[in-house]
Design a protein around this ligand. Structure first.
Ligand code: UD1
Length: 352
């Protein structure tokens, strides 16, 4: 069997790591196509190095652009790749422009497509990611769902026949990295933060960064949190804040560049809370049993909210109040699986 993974953005490199490992373990031929959507070393190369992912076989080098430019450039460049190296499966991950373009290029060439992290829905049609999810799920022939809730959404859209519940590959990689953490991680010194006394914040979604009032309300609230806040600034956040003339730091906030994956896991594990609009970080906080505050009107990861470890808030003082709440009641629930999702993915790809 020959599998061709299409990845391009930071969260996809994390999901790729356990799949690449499992392919290597089983002797499955695995080609990696990097679209180039994320090109900063701290958003891309460092993930390959730290997570032991083989270098990409093909780099499309598309870089930044509007949604149309980015998606279109990937589509145009994938034709040659798929003609020269037709795989048994094209595997696409998550909900970015790279996901949709990878899936579309493959189905147009009559190649089988599998979508990892299928069935997630926010039901918010303003999000570019929501369209990427829906369109990719309806194009793909095999839908690999991380949760039972995602399986339910696929069934509601008439896609139950092509759906398989595999669990969440992010738990595979998180458990592996957590097991290797030092007792006193060096990242805390670099951040200048006391163990257990700070929170980790990330804000990057277009809905939060592109509207100046919303962004100012979020940053103003972070500044008023009653303990130190490390704001890990994604390039989109820096660029939008500069364009709107809104300072990133002030009050409780200390701005820092994005972290490598092992440093992020170490920082979150040693924090008292997370404030974010990222999908992955909501789950990582839950698995590490750190309370999460999500600055969005809805979440795809509803289990984290139902189990009491995540609250959804609007920009404004609610962010600061939620960030200071105590941890909820302990739980041993594992809605995202127990770290064996990549094996289930390879089983599903290999089954006739
Ligand atoms: C993308 C995904 C989002 C995912 C996120 C993770 C889409 C529509 N969105 O959002 O689902 O959660 O990645 O980070 O695919 N930039 C750099 N350096 C880089 C990459 C981007 O400076 O290496 C800048 C770009 O110039 C652009 C901005 O960051 O101004 C946004 O990048 P883009 O890839 O369009 O989307 P993200 O916001 O990263």
């Amino acid at each position: 069997m020959k599998v061709l993974s299409v990845v391009g953005a930071r969260p996809q490199f994390v999901k790729l790591a356990p799949v690449a490992d499992e392919c290597a373990r089983r002797g499955v031929e695995h080609l990696i196509v990097h679209t180039g959507q994320h090109y900063d070393p701290m958003l891309s190369d460092i993930f390959f190095a730290d997570l032991g992912i083989p270098d990409p076989d093909v780099h499309l080098g598309v870089g930044s652009g509007s949604h149309g430019e980015q998606t279109g450039a990937i589509l145009a460049r994938m034709d040659d790749v798929l003609t020269q190296q037709p795989p048994d499966w094209v595997l696409v991950y998550g909900d970015t422009n790279s996901t949709l373009a990878g899936a579309l290029s493959a189905v147009k060439m009559h190649l089988p497509v599998a979508h990892l992290e299928a069935g997630l829905r926010s039901f918010n049609r303003r999000m570019p990611e929501e369209h990427n999810r829906v369109l990719t799920d309806h194009a793909a022939g095999l839908l690999l769902a991380p949760t039972q809730v995602a399986m339910g959404h696929l069934a509601d859209e008439g896609l139950a026949g092509r759906s398989v519940h595999v669990g969440d590959v992010m738990v595979d990689v998180l458990r592996r990295v957590r097991a290797e953490l030092a007792d006193t991680p060096a990242v805390l010194d670099r951040l200048g933060m006391p163990s257990g006394g700070f929170c980790v914040a990330t804000i990057h979604r277009a809905d939060n960064t592109d509207d100046p009032q919303r962004l100012a309300a979020i940053l103003g609230a972070l500044a008023q949190v009653d303990h130190p806040v490390v704001l890990l600034a994604h390039p989109r956040l820096r660029e939008r804040a500069r364009a709107h003339g809104i300072p990133l730091d002030g009050g409780a906030v200390k701005v820092h560049d994005p972290l490598s994956y092992p440093d992020l896991v170490a920082a979150v594990a040693a924090s008292r809370g997370v404030v974010t609009d990222s999908g992955g970080l909501q789950k990582e906080a839950f698995v590490l049993r750190v309370p999460c505050t999500t600055v969005r009107p809805e979440t795809e990861w509803v289990e984290t909210v139902e189990l009491g470890w995540n609250v959804l808030v609007e920009p404004g003082l609610d962010v600061a109040v939620a960030a200071s709440r105590p941890p909820p009641e302990a739980t041993d629930a594992a809605p995202y699986g127990t770290g064996h999702a990549a094996a289930a993915v390879l089983d599903a790809l290999a089954s006739p």
